[in-house]
Design a protein around this ligand. Structure first.
Ligand code: ZN
Ligand code: ZN
Length: 309
């Protein structure tokens, strides 16, 4: 679809996920005389040809694409840019935290996953480069909070919104009230926050900051375009607060391990999903520890217990 903001064109490119991840990604092509992409999805042939097709149709070819800004360094968001850079020399922007890590996937795995040693190597080979099509690359434009990116005479402000990941940025156009929210604000689905890179308290702070902006429309990286920004930002905030309350409620029965809490909170019988949910529960427990509501009891050769304070 094409949306018009003043005389700026915003084209949403829905890129399907490979295999059975079921994580479709919205890539946005923005501009008029010159163009940028916000996020770039996967680096696979099928995703790249879809993106290039749209660039050819609406932006007059890849030579008019001056930059790809990735909202963050998760594997469903940046790999496409590494291929566009390799093939066509398109410069890449990403938050300065992630910039050096995209040139060194060994370091990337240390920061973004709990995998180590052989498991980390398998993640890079089979998942990051294999299934998602990422290539190690040097970042041309490391960005930080307050930076401005100019597109066809419009100034877009970079807003650092850590929480979903430490490197997450949103892109805001104040005159038109447009926000590209990446994974920070989603509608009809929950923003993933798990260890090691997720931080529930930082996420809540980021939503508070976004709430203060004058926004008329949000373009998220997954799911539908958001025409009721304030309500949905608040809904996203309430979801996390109510999950924290659920955990406190479950701990009223006595100290519990992460695994016990996962079994009580999530119905899934698939053990792999339960491992992922473990990192989510862990992120909530860390937040509750910081808030002084929960204490961790380490045990020798056994998983820690968490109890209410
Ligand atoms: Zn993400
Ligand atoms: Zn995502």
């Amino acid at each position: 679809m094409v949306a018009m903001a003043g005389d700026l064109n915003i084209r949403m490119i829905a890129v399907e996920s490979p295999g059975d991840f079921r994580v479709d990604v919205n890539v946005y092509l923005i501009g008029r005389r010159d163009w940028i992409l916000v996020d770039s999805a996967y680096g696979l042939n099928q995703s790249i040809s879809k993106i290039l097709g749209e660039i050819n149709r609406y932006a007059g070819g890849v030579r008019n694409l001056k930059l790809v800004l990735n909202t963050h360094a998760h594997p469903d968001h940046f790999p496409g840019s590494t291929v566009l850079k390799e093939k066509y020399g398109v410069p890449i922007a990403i938050h300065e935290y992630a910039a050096p890590l995209l040139g060194d996937f060994k370091k990337y795995v240390e920061k973004y996953t709990i995998l180590r040693g052989k498991d980390a190597d398998i993640f890079v080979k089979e998942y990051l480069t294999g299934m998602c099509g990422a290539r190690e690359t040097n970042i041309d434009v490391p960005v930080k909070d307050g930076d401005v990116i100019e597109v066809s005479g419009y100034e877009f402000r970079v807003i650092h919104t850590p929480g979903h990941s430490p490197c997450h940025v949103c892109l805001y156009q104040p005159d038109e009230g447009i926000l590209f929210s990446g994974d920070t604000v989603l509608k009809g689905m929950s923003t993933w926050i798990g260890v090691p890179d997720g931080d529930v308290l930082l996420y809540l702070d980021s939503l508070e900051r976004l709430k203060k902006l004058d926004i008329s429309v949000i373009y998220p990286a997954h799911g539908p375009i958001i025409m009721e920004p304030k309500e949905i930002i608040e809904e996203n905030r309430q979801k996390k607060l109510s999950r924290m309350k659920d955990i406190l409620e479950h701990l009223k029965e006595g100290p519990k391990t992460v695994k016990q809490l996962v079994n009580e909170l999530y119905k899934s019988k698939i053990w792999r999903q339960k491992i992922w949910m473990g990192s989510v529960v862990k992120a909530y427990l860390i937040a509750l520890e910081k808030l002084g509501r929960v204490r961790r009891i380490p045990r020798e050769n056994l998983p820690s217990l968490y109890e209410l304070i």
